[in-house]
Design a binder for this molecule. Structure first.
Ligand code: DI6
Ligand code: FE
Length: 403
């Protein structure tokens, strides 16, 4: 197979060694779905002439974006709950009154597979249109064996039918379904037993839980993690979002890929994550939409060298947005990340949070997932918001049609 050359690009490879992994007048040589060579055009190795040459005229090229935490598959919406919150009800109050996540569970159970697919596909296309090439999708709105499997199957179908790599996460321990009211431990017993079937059907890449006062206790979370470990499945955790439960330290003990949210993370939690190499998944959209006031400990995470990923956390209750570019801006304005940290958060560190070693940067041997932007520098994309300068998307070496 002869390679394809993409040349005259300003490239932010995000590879280590220099800020942004920057290359001024760069080129990418692509063979099949893989990058064969990335560097300054003047240093392009001599060899077989490429069978196609694309001149990018000095446009910016970055790795494909990775949205490593979403709840994309669900029925209905929660606009009415938004209005209730504007009138003063809190997210926790609504959840304790049987609304919140459980309202979405009812709407999800009532939707057909095709309805779930159609609504999730429309949302996925919005993310793709901004250069997202890899996405993680959690279950967690089915909360029964059959409905959880159905939502994971819809996520897998999105990966087959859209120009996206989809990684799936089982989040049965998201909320207690009404039929188990007062029997959370029984629910966890059953949720643990569903994992083997999900794995046998190829539906699950990782396991997550919501460890919080309106979610599950650390002891219940640990039971889910033990079941995942027994099957060799990696774990991650919604940890320290609304309160400090010591969830991050627990997840770190299980070698979690990531701990997510982390507004209430303690210094012990930071130290445990550093030791385990766990990624801090920061979710500025949920922080913004729930009008949180407690910031995640970004300075402590940075000082400890804990990698920080950024994701949309798209879900109907706490983060209904569909723009990873907006999350770049919010990570900077709300959490005080530098634009380069925010970019690493949706590329290199997002890949790490999914355990994917083949993407997140532009370098020889990695996947040819990259985006061409009408911008001079990636910091411009963190600076502007409500603006999508995506020109072209190349995924696995193939140009995809921008939705
Ligand atoms: N924390 C969140 O922010 C989402 N899930 C979770 O555990 C919210 C999900 C929802 O409100 O539907
Ligand atoms: Fe989430």
């Amino acid at each position: 197979m002869t390679p394809t050359l993409w040349q005259h690009a300003r490239i932010a490879t995000l590879a280590p060694g220099r800020p942004w992994g920057w290359i001024d007048d760069g080129a990418l040589l692509v063979q099949g779905d893989t990058l064969r060579w990335v560097g300054p055009l003047a240093e392009l190795p001599a060899g077989r002439p490429p069978d196609a040459v694309h001149d990018l005229g000095g446009a910016l090229v970055t790795p494909g974006l990775i949205d490593a935490h979403t709840h994309l598959v669900y029925g209905g919406d929660r606009a009415a709950e938004f209005e209730l919150r504007l009138q003063g009800a809190s997210y926790e109050e609504i959840a304790r009154a049987g609304g919140g996540i459980l309202a979405t569970v009812a709407a999800t159970r009532a939707a057909s597979d095709d309805e779930l697919f159609a609504s999730a596909a429309a949302r996925a296309r919005a993310l793709v249109s901004e250069g997202v090439t890899t996405i993680e999708i959690k279950s967690g709105y089915g909360l029964s064996e059959a409905h959880e499997a159905r939502c994971l199957a819809v996520a897998r179908r999105l990966g087959r039918e859209l120009p996206l790599t989809v990684r799936t996460t089982s989040l049965a321990a998201h909320a207690l379904p009404p039929e188990y009211a007062g029997r959370a431990d029984d629910y966890i017993t059953d949720a643990c037993s569903w994992l083997a079937g999900q794995q046998a059907q190829g539906l699950v890449d990782a396991v997550d839980a919501f460890c919080d006062t309106i979610g599950f206790t650390p002891a219940q979370t640990e039971r889910i993690f033990l079941a995942a470990r027994h099957l060799g499945l990696p774990v991650k955790l919604h940890a320290e979002q609304l309160s400090d439960q010591g969830g991050a330290a627990l997840a770190a003990r299980f070698g979690a890929f990531s701990c997510d949210h982390l507004e209430h993370l303690s210094s012990e939690g930071v130290a445990a994550m550093r030791k385990a190499g766990t990624v801090a998944m920061l979710l500025p959209g949920a922080y913004y939409f729930l009008r949180e006031t407690k910031l995640p400990p970004v300075a402590a995470l940075r000082a400890a060298g804990v990698p920080m990923a950024i994701a949309s956390d798209h879900n109907p209750g706490s983060s209904p947005g569909l723009s990873l570019l907006l999350m770049l801006n919010m990570a900077c304005t709300l959490f005080r990340l530098t634009p380069e940290e925010a970019w690493r958060g949706v590329t290199v560190d997002a890949a790490r949070a999914l355990g994917l070693a083949d993407r997140g940067m532009l370098a020889a041997g990695l996947r040819a997932d990259f985006v061409v932007w009408d911008a001079a520098h990636p910091r411009d994309l963190a600076y502007r918001y409500g603006h999508n300068p995506c020109l072209r998307i190349i995924r696995g070496g193939v140009e995809t049609i921008r939705p």
